[in-house]
Design a protein around this ligand. Structure first.
Ligand SMILES: NC(=O)C1=CN([C@@H]2O[C@H](COP(=O)(O)OP(=O)(O)OC[C@H]3O[C@@H](n4cnc5c(N)ncnc54)[C@H](O)[C@@H]3O)[C@@H](O)[C@H]2O)[C@@H](O)CC1
Ligand SMILES: Nc1ncnc2c1ncn2[C@@H]1O[C@H](COP(=O)(O)OP(=O)(O)O)[C@@H](O)[C@H]1O
Ligand SMILES: [K+]
Length: 501
């Protein structure tokens, strides 16, 4: 797992590295700037292009000034440096780097309060105005400058973080923030980069390593963790000799209505393909032919209108309920019966989440360790409207603890929130997967993993990873515009076995 740090912890990690590596702060800045430049020169090789480097007077600005010197040394011909002297304060590292730059023949402008802004019309702008030291939303001269830069037609490349963007905490939707085409960030993605609010401000993200002390970073025990492939490799269990279908559990998927049978087919197929020993789908009577045709491996329990099916609940290893189920009285009765009859963790998705939202009394029957898989609208229906994703994380943390459940808040970087206040950000999946039914597939996968005796936490972490990885394997090399859930399902066993190789 890659621990994701708050801005305050990044400062601690910087300071710890400086004190214990040991390395002088100015040399750490040199290392960071060099890492930025290493990436930059490979991707922007045209040395005649205009490059304007906008620098604040803190350490982000210090990076900018060092970057200007290094680009000069690489032979970039059309550089200019613009210093925003909007405050009388500057850091030592900035001052030292400015003195070094002044020895070179790079045009330099200092902007003070009230000055006219320099004209930019083409080329690249490097944003080194403010970084993780941001402590309030932009206002005054900084706001004016960033608004101006957002209006010019240049390629914007931000150093570490787009100016005005908070690394963590709430993002005000009306705040002025630099819109970067590319952010080259140091050491690790900032937490807010993984939340949808970053969408308008970060076109593309690159992480470059600057050698901060990893042992120290791990010792901070951050609750925010980015799941990496090696974690999944360590968690996935091989199928052993002399095992049989009984070894891999029996999952029951309660889903579908006549108009939404597809959801039941997708979630139960995904469950079978993700390795459940047996999968049974509890479906409406008139979906039986479709199920038998679509996936003969899946068994059926038929729901007759308004009648509760007669089910031997405890024989199942796990139950997933919700995809396409509807919220009518019969569905509510069935959901209530499941919660009353089953005490192992269940997967609660889609309409089952909506029923829980409108019948909060049911919460007390939700088995401990159960998994809820809301997308953002379902999350807000369940826990109230939220103004920001940061707020949703805080609510998710409280509620997961309160009800002793896992909350899988779905998005680009789906977040598994645990009852012990951990946040696991998934690192796979892509926008080609934004297609109806994709969440039904995830529900089936998680149910399959629970049936195979993975813990609830691992079922969430592995389930999200392999779901997104299968989507990446299909979409990325083939440049697919859209990946349909049905196709993703058949990729799952391939994805899983590759992760065990
Ligand atoms: N040794 C280190 O600490 C390293 C720092 N690095 C760079 O340093 C950056 C952080 O530097 P700093 O902590 O100096 O901070 P910044 O350079 O981000 O900001 C400078 C100062 O601006 C002021 N400020 C904050 N918000 C403002 C606002 N809205 N309007 C006007 N002024 C505002 C604050 O006093 C802040 O300290 C990182 O993003 C990274 O680019 C890298 O060089 C790696 C090493
Ligand atoms: N733009 C995207 N980038 C990455 N993953 C996505 C994107 N859009 C959707 N997904 C994934 O697809 C799934 C969609 O779930 P959901 O909205 O519940 O779909 P549905 O209700 O249609 O089944 C989630 O797992 C989500 O992570
Ligand atoms: K910046």
């Amino acid at each position: 797992m890659l621990p994701l740090l708050l801005a305050s912890q990044i400062r601690e990690a910087d300071a710890h590295t400086v004190a214990h590596e040991p390395i002088a702060s100015i040399d750490l800045m040199e290392r960071a700037s060099k890492a930025f430049v290493g990436w930059f020169v490979n991707h922007f090789p045209d040395k005649n292009k205009n490059i304007a480097i906008y620098c604040g007077t803190g350490n982000n600005g210090g990076d900018g000034v060092a970057i200007a010197r290094m680009l000069y040394d690489h032979g970039y011909e059309a550089l200019s440096v613009k210093i925003a002297r909007f405050s009388s304060r500057s850091t030592d590292e900035f001052d030292k780097n400015l003195a070094r730059l002044k020895r070179l023949d790079v045009p330099l402008t200092e902007m003070e309060n009230g000055d006219d802004l320099p004209e930019e019309s083409n080329g690249i702008v490097i944003d080194a105005l403010l970084g993780t030291g941001l402590n309030k939303p932009l206002e005054g001269e900084y706001e004016k400058l960033v608004k101006y830069l957002n209006s010019v037609k240049c390629t914007m490349v931000a150093v570490d973080i787009p100016t005005g963007f908070f690394a963590d905490g709430e993002i005000d939707p009306d705040a002025t923030i630099l819109k970067a085409d590319l952010v080259i960030t140091f050491q690790q993605p900032k937490i807010n980069f993984l939340l949808p609010e970053s969408g308008p401000y970060i076109g593309c993200l690159e992480v470059v390593h600057i050698g901060l002390d990893e042992k120290f970073i791990r010792s901070l025990n951050s609750p925010y963790q980015l799941v990496e492939e090696k974690d999944i490799r360590a968690k996935l269990k091989h199928r052993k000799r002399f095992t049989n279908k009984g070894t891999y559990g029996h999952a029951l998927i309660i889903a579908g209505q006549p108009e939404t049978m597809g959801a039941a087919l997708l979630s139960s197929s995904a469950c079978a393909y993700a390795g459940a020993g047996l999968t049974t789908a509890c479906i409406p009577e008139n979906g039986l032919i479709a199920l038998n045709n679509h996936q003969p491996e899946v068994m059926a329990i038929v729901r007759k209108e308004k009648e509760l099916p007669d089910v031997d609940w405890p024989k199942f290893s796990t139950i997933a309920i919700g995809p396409g189920l509807g919220k009518d009285a019969a569905s509510l009765k069935l959901f209530t019966r499941v919660l009353a009859s089953f005490d192992r963790p269940v997967v609660i998705d889609a309409d089952a989440i909506n029923m829980l939202a409108s019948n909060p009394d049911l919460w007390k029957h939700v088995p401990k360790g159960s998994i809820l898989t809301p997308h953002v609208k379902e999350f807000d229906r369940l826990f109230g409207e939220h103004k920001s994703w940061w707020q949703r994380l805080q609510t998710g943390k409280q509620q997961a603890k309160n009800y002793d459940v896992y909350i899988v808040l779905k998005n680009d970087y789906t977040i598994t929130i645990t009852p012990v206040e951990k946040f696991y950000f998934n690192s796979t999946s892509n926008a080609a997967m934004a297609s109806g039914g994709m969440g039904d597939v995830l529900t089936g996968i998680i149910a399959a993993l629970l049936a195979q005796k993975y813990s609830s936490e691992d079922a969430c972490i592995i389930g999200n990873y392999i779901h997104g990885k299968a989507g990446d394997e299909l979409a990325l090399p083939n440049r697919m515009y859209a990946v349909l859930p049905g196709r993703l399902i058949t990729q799952l066993p391939v994805t899983m076995v590759k992760l065990m190789a």
